[in-house]
Design a binder for this molecule. Structure first.
Ligand code: SF4
Length: 321
């Protein structure tokens, strides 16, 4: 059995706001095997970003908090680590790539200095000369000329900026890379190049990756396993084959696939999922998807479905009791 790099057990995360308590993550269970890529899929507001911010312990101070559950990174419980201990892990054992490269880079520092900063923080023993060489090597790996390390973020295109952010995230060869919609801000051609590069570097460094996206095409190209999130819970998960070719699925997953254009069919109109994601301050009783579900049963309105397992394929729905 392969070792797990990440195990999240029964995680609950909430935000305290003026309007009430936002229940962002509600009993999340996730596992990621070493060397694999897990795609975390769902609509805006499903709790995907909150999940990765919880792993990084970067929830907004004062308002965001983990109320229950455990997060194990490479077998070590990091749920209650102090900030000083997390600072040693961030960028070193676990790194994150944020959605927008523009806001991830410091506009007044050269890109070389920003990559060097990560190495100075976690691998100071290398010394200045070796860190300098390492910056050149890393820039080369992400397809940028080392001579450009003295330039500033505004001198690079969007795709190049995202390559620099990826270079910073992988500088210390982390065990786990959390990528939060890393290609959303890029056009399709650059998106394909960046994804190909991320995959290659992940294999080079034997890094495991959690990729957050709402693009099922990106998941199909990049991931080994998939978890579909809805209202802070995983409602279906399995291998790529389970999610893309199995005969049974959660009605929400079916809705997601029906929302994608099929190039082999002459479709006049797509079939979006009706309704909106529920208000996380006031989640519905029973299955949170029931107000939008075309298959809704009476029991769905008051009883939370348990997870049914079919080998590696897990579905949380009353239809599969
Ligand atoms: Fe639909 Fe009921 Fe399944 Fe929820 S549990 S997805 S409401 S059938």
């Amino acid at each position: 059995m392969k070792k797990k790099i990440l195990e999240i057990k029964d995680l609950y995360v909430e935000y305290i706001t003026e309007d009430g308590i936002v229940h962002a993550v509600n009993g999340l269970n996730l596992e990621l095997e070493k060397g694999q890529t897990l795609g975390l899929v769902g609509e805006t507001g499903a709790g995907k970003t909150t999940t990765v911010l919880s792993i990084m312990k970067l929830l907004p101070e004062q308002i965001g908090r983990i109320t229950k559950g455990t997060i194990l990174l490479d077998g070590n419980n990091i749920t209650d680590l102090r900030e000083t201990e997390m600072q040693k892990l961030r960028g070193n054992a676990v790194s994150m790539i944020f959605q927008d490269p523009m806001t991830s880079l410091n506009p007044v520092l050269s890109v070389g200095d920003q990559i060097a900063e990560v190495l100075e923080l976690h691998q100071a023993e290398l010394g200045k000369k070796r860190i300098d060489e390492r910056v050149d090597e890393i820039l080369d790996m992400v397809g940028l000329q080392k001579e450009r390390k003295v330039e500033y973020p505004h001198q690079f295109s969007g795709g190049m900026k995202q390559r620099i952010v990826i270079a910073m995230a992988l500088a210390c060869e982390p065990k786990l890379l959390l990528a939060d919609e890393p290609t959303t801000a890029l056009d399709v051609t650059i998106q394909a190049q960046v994804l190909e590069m991320m995959n290659r570097l992940k294999d080079t460094f034997s890094t495991s990756m959690m990729l957050i996206t709402h693009d099922l095409g990106v998941v199909a190209q990049t991931c080994d396993s998939v978890a579909i999130m809805y209202a802070g819970r995983v409602i279906e998960q399995g291998t790529l084959k389970d999610i893309y070719t199995a005969g049974r699925h959660h009605p929400y997953t079916i809705g997601l696939f029906n929302s994608i254009p099929d190039l082999t069919k002459d479709t006049k109109r797509l079939s979006p999922i009706k309704g909106l994601m529920p208000d996380p301050i006031n989640l519905p009783n029973g299955c949170a998807f029931h107000p939008r579900c075309p298959e809704c049963l009476d029991v769905c309105r008051y009883e939370m479905p348990e997870e049914s397992c079919y080998g590696t394929h897990k579905i949380r729905c009353h239809l599969y009791k």
